[in-house]
Design a protein around this ligand. Structure first.
Ligand code: BGC
Length: 456
């Protein structure tokens, strides 16, 4: 049920969502751009395999650190300033990596870019969740996920277009354009009304809410936020240990870890390699099929935007993870069974399509959505930052172990292992994932204070 303080929306809300989602776009662009650029960097600097791995994964290290720093800064400086900071970091790192004279400086540039990604990855969804009303929150936070994938697709296309001239420096440098737009547009936007109230700037929060909602009486919405805060106890990192925060922390950590250990980024970072394993000989075709998979994901994000506030988070999450299990089983089978040898690549592509589609309407957007919803305002910054750090560290762990796992377990064994972790994920979410559809953030906070289980 929508909260009693629900009100209509002004156009500014959609503008704010679009601008914040530029943070998601840059997150996608800056993680995706390396896939094409690395081919030419390796050639120009004659990199060894291990140096190549360092260049590729340095951004993930930066992202984990950025997410931690973002958590430390957001309560103090607010969401808006941190998004602007992320924009500045993205701009500097785009220029820095484009001009890097040595590989060491390139790695530094990629770590800096990671800092921006780490901050933007959780502050953008947090800002969106805090400025929009409950009844459209699922859809509007999921716009950020759509932007992430749009950024990845854009990066692939830019890489493809510039590969003829081996223009890796331009590939990085182009990221500065959306970054500058982000800084300028965010400058003009107000901060999150919830953050303003949490720092006792109630008058300012009123002005902001009036500019975002169509009704003139926004006092009930402010009163709801204030009352909810008054019942919350300690904030910041200390607040993470409060009993009422324990369950949302367990849920958030589960979402963060399972989003990654079910293997999504092996597909995002290595899909051409997987398709080559599956028998597609031509590198160009493998790259194109990989880009096609991202296009499929994009379509299913759009589906999620329409469904999240209608059918709810839980059904989509459970159906999505179930579909990922099926996709992984098929992918494993494509490699395992000799009988499938003659049409192995079709079976593998079929498995991959099912897998990425189901991620795209389930665990992909729902991780970022739920972590922006389930934490009380006073600890939201610290909690979202902590689970985002865990997400990035797990991402790094999966990325650096994938090729070794394939050596040890074989292709089928590796995908089946991810399949087994996805079964664990399904059971975990079935038991613990809450339904947050239609509830205000304050109603969700009130629920945890009752000490009832997640779905009661
Ligand atoms: C994940 C990223 C992943 C992306 C793929 C996001 O939800 O957090 O790790 O690369 O989805 O679109």
């Amino acid at each position: 049920m929508p909260g009693k303080t629900e009100t209509g929306l002004r156009g500014l809300v959609y503008f704010a969502v679009g601008v914040a989602a530029l943070g998601g776009l840059l997150f996608g662009y800056d993680t995706g751009v390396i896939s094409g650029a690395i081919l030419f960097i390796t050639k120009q600097f004659s990199l060894s395999a291990s140096m190549e791995e360092i260049v590729v994964s340095s951004v993930l290290v930066g992202a984990a650190v950025g997410a931690a720093l973002g958590g430390a800064l957001t309560n103090r400086f607010g969401r808006r300033k941190l998004i602007i900071l992320a924009g500045i970091i993205f701009t500097l790192s785009a220029i820095g990596t484009a001009l890097a004279p040595t590989v060491s400086l390139l790695i530094v540039g990629r770590i800096v870019s990671g800092l921006g990604i780490g901050v933007a990855s959780f502050i953008s969804p947090m800002y969106i969740a805090e400025v929009v009303p409950a009844k459209v929150r699922g859809a509007l936070v999921a716009v950020n996920m759509l932007a992430i994938t749009t950024g990845i697709v854009a990066a692939y296309l830019v890489d493809y277009a510039l590969s003829g001239i081996e223009g890796w420096r331009y590939m990085f440098g182009l990221g500065a354009i959306p970054a500058v737009i982000l800084i300028i547009a965010m400058w003009k936007l107000p901060d999150s009304p919830r953050w303003l109230i949490s720092t006792s700037r109630v008058k300012q929060a009123k002005v902001v809410l009036k500019s975002l909602r169509t009704v003139s009486d926004i006092d009930p919405e402010i009163a709801d936020i204030q009352q909810s805060m008054a019942k919350q106890g300690a904030g910041g990192i200390a607040g993470l240990l409060r009993p009422s925060v324990r369950m949302p922390m367990i849920v958030g950590i589960g979402l963060a870890v399972f989003q990654q250990i079910t293997g999504i980024n092996t597909v995002m970072y290595y899909s051409p390699t997987i398709l080559k394993f599956a028998g597609i000989e031509n590198t160009g075709t493998a790259i194109l099929a990989g880009a096609g998979l991202t296009g499929v994901m994009w379509c299913f994000h759009v589906l999620a935007i329409f469904m999240l506030d209608r059918v709810g988070r839980r059904p989509l999450l459970l159906a999505g993870v179930a579909g990922q299990i099926v996709g992984l089983a098929i992918l494993g089978a494509a490699f395992e069974f000799q009988q499938l040898a003659s049409f192995k690549s079709y079976v593998a592509i079929g498995g991959l399509v099912i897998y990425v589609s189901c991620f795209a309407f389930g665990l992909g957007p729902i991780f970022w959505l739920m972590i922006s919803e389930i934490y009380p305002l006073k600890v939201r910054g610290a909690a979202m930052s902590a689970v985002t750090v865990i997400n990035w560290i797990t991402n790094l762990g999966v990325a650096v172990t994938f090729l070794s796992l394939v050596k040890v377990l074989g292709h089928a064994g590796t995908f089946w292992l991810y399949g087994v972790t996805a079964v664990g994920a399904w059971i975990f979410f079935y038991r613990l994932a809450p339904e947050t559809k239609g509830k205000t953030l304050e109603q969700i906070e009130a629920h945890w204070r009752t000490g009832k289980p997640a779905q009661a």
